[in-house]
Design a binder for this molecule. Structure first.
Ligand code: GUN
Ligand code: ZN
Length: 434
């Protein structure tokens, strides 16, 4: 075997933590080793020289005292919105109309799409994110550019071109038939290539006619294993508009339900203003609610109610939602998530946070055992964290006594600078960035 052995402090989850002291939910090895070969994890255990003897040709990379964890997973992000981040608006609809729907028109140009797709993958790697569920624009060339870039880097990515045929500038609208045909062509070309998967992506009910929603349903029937991603119940103005556009539907979620779009591979961004019926329908169908804290705070959309979702047995993911979201960092995202929940009188312990950005999000994507864990057979998407990376963090570390305290410091003060290395399919990808 000629792979690699990463030496350091190893942390991986085995189950969802039931609370801050659920030490059985994770495995932590103080002097640990992760053995990698051909893009996969071969074994995880205590470091000892016997291990090196068993794999004499393997390169040993000593990350001590770094913390080796699974690569972060982002379950909702818009790659074409890199140049939208930090746009000043009253609310979601003003933000979309004033900036986002203008910016996304640039992706008609395939060379612009290629440039941004490359910059986007660079940022994910810089911040330690190795898998994301990604929205492209309405232009098929935007999805082409993204899939080609992710494939070139051998990243595990989920993406789709958005379908939208009303309430947006003409240049950003497809038609029900075009949206369908372009989705089929992209899905048949890219789904299952390397580590890529396709997500059927009607942007949200406001920008799709009923005919387009029917076509989305046809797509889901034809490709039942594909992901579906869209937005729901993000802002009050959006919900009122949805009610006007679909007066016969029982509620906002009911629109997606009516068109057969709910299910265990469906990711619904935001889910802030939910009624009890909607929560029950999410739970019954196994649909995933995606918590996007930096976006919800920045746009002023509202506070996600995690406790209510959990009580209703709804599956939960967590995501940046760049460019409504303000950071590519899952650490920054969970820090803001913590604050959102504090404001709602809810607790989010550090081990729950780190579960959410790794195995929790892998489960939300139905990819547990493939990513989000350090275990034999899993893909070698790995992040190494350094809680001493900033002088003020190093000082605080003098007072840190437990793993939970260290994780909490990483989340509260960390960003790309605490990501010492990001391994993508077993290769050190951050070191290669400019
Ligand atoms: N709803 C529909 N499209 C979008 C988008 O691009 N960002 C956010 N935050 N919400 C949306
Ligand atoms: Zn979004």
């Amino acid at each position: 075997m000629s792979g690699k052995i990463l030496r350091g402090r190893v942390l991986t989850f085995v189950s969802e933590p039931t609370g801050p002291d659920d030490h059985a939910s994770y495995r932590y090895i103080e002097d640990g080793a992760v053995v990698i070969d051909a893009g996969r994890i071969v074994s995880v255990g205590e470091w000892n020289d016997a291990l090196k003897l068993a794999a004499p040709k393997a390169e040993v990379i000593d990350h001590r005292p770094g913390l080796i964890v699974p690569g972060f997973i982002d379950t909702h992000i818009h790659y074409p919105q890199m140049q939208v981040i930090g746009s000043y608006a009253k609310d979601l609809l003003e933000w979309l109309n004033t900036y986002t729907f203008i910016e996304e028109q640039r992706f008609a140009d395939a060379s612009h799409a290629a440039r941004i797709a490359s910059a986007f993958c660079d940022e994910l790697v810089r911040y330690g994110t190795t898998t994301a569920a990604v929205y492209c624009t309405v232009h098929p060339q935007s999805a082409e550019a993204f899939f080609a870039e992710a494939q070139r880097r051998d990243m595990r990515m989920i993406a789709g071109k958005v379908m939208m045929d009303r309430n947006a500038p003409e240049a950003l609208c497809d038609t029900p038939q075009r949206g369908y045909d372009e989705t089929v062509a992209l899905l048949e070309k890219w789904d299952g290539v390397g580590r890529l998967s396709y997500a059927i992506t009607p942007r949200f009910a406001l920008t799709s006619t009923q005919e387009q929603m029917e076509m989305s349903q046809d797509l889901v029937r034809r490709f039942p294993d594909a992901y579906v991603q869209t937005h729901v119940n993000e802002s009050i103005g959006e919900i009122e508009f949805a009610r006007e556009l679909y007066p016969n539907m029982i509620d906002y979620l009911g629109i997606y339900e009516h068109y057969g779009l709910l299910g265990p591979k469906t990711l619904l961004g935001h889910c802030i203003h939910m009624n009890d019926r909607e929560i029950a329908a999410m739970s019954e169908t196994g649909t995933v609610a995606v918590f996007c804290p930096t976006s919800n705070l920045f746009i002023g959309s509202g506070l996600f109610d995690r406790a209510r979702m959990m009580a209703g047995n709804v599956r939960i993911g967590v995501a940046t939602d760049v460019g409504g979201g303000t950071s590519f960092s899952m650490l920054r995202t969970l820090d803001e998530g913590y604050k959102v929940l504090q404001l709602g009188g809810q607790r989010l312990s550090p081990i729950e946070s780190f579960f959410m950005m790794t195995l929790g999000n892998a489960r939300a994507l139905s990819l547990e055992h493939t990513i989000g864990v350090l275990e034999p057979g899993a893909e070698a998407d790995i992040v190494v964290l350094d809680a001493h990376a900033l002088p003020h963090m190093a000082l605080k570390m003098e007072r840190v006594e437990t793993l939970s305290e260290e994780l909490f410091l990483l989340q509260t003060c960390g960003d790309d600078r605490v990501v010492a290395e990001t391994y993508v399919a077993g290769e050190a990808a951050k070191a290669r960035l400019n």
